[in-house]
Design a protein around this ligand. Structure first.
Ligand code: FES
Length: 493
């Protein structure tokens, strides 16, 4: 029997982005009914999709392969109680369907007997035809060899290993896997929910459960009032989803919705990516993480020093990992960046406390757009692009991405492997590196690369980051190539 699925769920099962399914709907290739699509239609449209190729199957295969890897198993599979509950719900549904089928079968048999009885002694062509019609119908149903609705089967399996969460009022959807908390799953899916401590103390992640069931995963110190509990409120950082759920949750929709924060993080590592760039890895306390949008920046400062060593940097990691913050810091020998000078002098070491203040800036993804995305960066302007790309991939913003990375040093593509890995992993990810001696030349070369190597560049949204002699020149070049100003977002450092 065909199942109706939300577009997000269908995309998850088929292994394509939500944007590409939406395009098929708007092109008329895929019918939708009140925003839902049929599993039968999906099976017809994607005949090659199979359990073996679906993400759900891979997860299960991985679980099987690592059956004795306790950490992996705990991360990917729901705990036993949740699993048992989900199986119980599916078994009840199956039993319901069986009961109905048996009932309909009995009804058909009774109807046939009644027709035979009525027809006895009073032959009637019409009654005989009706009896023949019923016999034929039963034979075709019982002997049916219709192909299996693969998508429906995969959907049943997904319902056991992962729960779907639908958020009101935004209508966004995501999946809770294993025993992860609803908050963690929301962040992993690229949502920007309201939260603070992440461990049940502040109450900022409070949300109302409209339908479905959550299960508490750890103790919390935040007291929900009796009224809140009666209204169905729960802390998302302390609960996993036992079944598919609908929740009312506060989300940040724009940079202005996230308050400025002052977090003291610890240096995990400071690794030279090449002679001129250091990858700084900071880790926040569990109970005081940084909320930010992909593409935003923060101010880093050395704490406990009488000197005010500070610098402003874009975050180079995804907001989905809010504890581990990455930065690409360029050598600023002789410049005004005290923090970078101290870092390159070796005075900032693992274990040191660093104050992180922010986030700030509105260089963030336009979440209303489903256009292809082109990222144009010069040197460490790559840092916010990495955050934006990871976020775009997490939310399935589009199937088509291009990264134009201009370097003003011959070895300046310090994370070229990362770009090549994206190009390998995604069907339509173009990595276009180039070198130039000066940012202004790099700007002209970047625009030429876009125009020459991206045939349909006029359809793209553009994100541009680099220094002050790069970014404005790229904007001018794109505008001259016919790109409207509202489809260019840019930041200069
Ligand atoms: S984030 Fe603080 S209680 Fe959940």
């Amino acid at each position: 029997m065909a199942q109706l699925l939300t577009v997000s769920r269908a995309a998850h099962l088929i292994g394509v982005t939500r944007a590409s399914l939406q395009k098929k709907i708007s092109d008329g290739d895929l019918a939708s009914f009140d925003g839902m699509v049929s599993s039968e239609e999906l099976t017809r449209l994607f005949p090659d999709v199979s359990l073996e190729e679906s993400g759900a199957f891979e997860r299960i295969t991985k679980i099987k392969e690592e059956a004795f890897g306790r950490r992996v198993r705990e991360r990917l599979l729901p705990n036993q109680e949740v699993l048992a509950q989900r199986l119980a719900v599916q078994s009840e549904e199956l039993e319901d369907v069986r009961r109905h089928l048996a009932h309909y079968h009995d009804l058909i048999e009774a109807l046939r007997e009644r027709i035979e009885t009525v027809a006895t002694g009073a032959p009637s062509d019409q009654l005989a035809a009706l009896a023949g019609f019923l016999d034929q119908g039963l034979a075709s149903v019982l002997g049916s060899e219709e192909p299996t609705d693969t998508v429906a089967v995969m959907n049943d399996m997904l319902r056991v290993v992962a729960a779907q969460v639908i958020v009101r009022p935004s209508g966004r959807e995501f999946f809770v896997e294993g025993s992860e908390t609803v908050l963690k799953a929301a962040l992993r899916a690229g949502l920007v929910p309201s939260y603070g401590c992440g461990n049940g103390n502040c109450g900022l992640c409070k949300a109302r459960v409209v339908s479905g069931k959550l299960r508490q995963t750890h103790h919390t110190d935040y007291p929900l009032s009796a009224t809140e509990r009666a209204q169905g409120y729960a802390l998302l950082c302390s609960h996993t989803a036992e079944s598919d759920v609908v929740i009312e949750m506060l989300e940040a929709n724009a940079p202005g919705d996230i308050p400025e924060q002052d977090v003291v993080a610890k240096v995990r590592s400071a690794t030279r990516l090449d002679g001129e760039v250091i990858l700084l890895h900071l880790q926040t306390p569990r109970s005081n993480r940084l909320r930010f949008f992909a593409g935003q920046s923060v101010t880093l400062g050395v704490t406990g020093s009488t000197m005010n060593f500070r610098g402003d940097y874009p975050v180079a990691s995804c907001p989905c990992d809010d504890r581990n913050l990455l930065f690409h810091i360029r050598n600023d020998d002789g410049g005004g960046d005290d923090f970078a000078q101290r870092l390159f002098a070796g005075a900032i070491k693992p274990g040191d406390a660093i104050s992180v203040f922010g986030p700030w800036g509105d260089f963030v993804l336009n979440k209303e757009s489903t256009r292809p995305l082109a990222f144009i960066a010069c040197d460490t302007g790559f840092a916010p692009m990495k955050s934006l790309i990871e976020h775009a991939l997490a939310i399935g913003a589009t199937d088509t991405l291009a990264m134009v990375w201009a370097a003003t040093r011959p070895d300046g593509h310090y994370l070229a492997n990362q770009c090549r890995a994206w190009a390998d992993a995604f069907d339509d990810f173009r990595y276009l590196p180039l070198t130039a001696t000066h940012p202004a030349d790099a700007a002209a070369a970047s625009v030429r690369t876009v125009v020459k190597q991206i045939a349909d560049f006029a359809n793209f949204d553009f994100y541009v980051a680099g220094d002050i002699s790069f970014t404005p020149a790229v904007i001018d070049g794109l505008r001259a190539a016919g790109i409207p100003a509202e489809r260019i977002k840019a930041v200069a450092y």
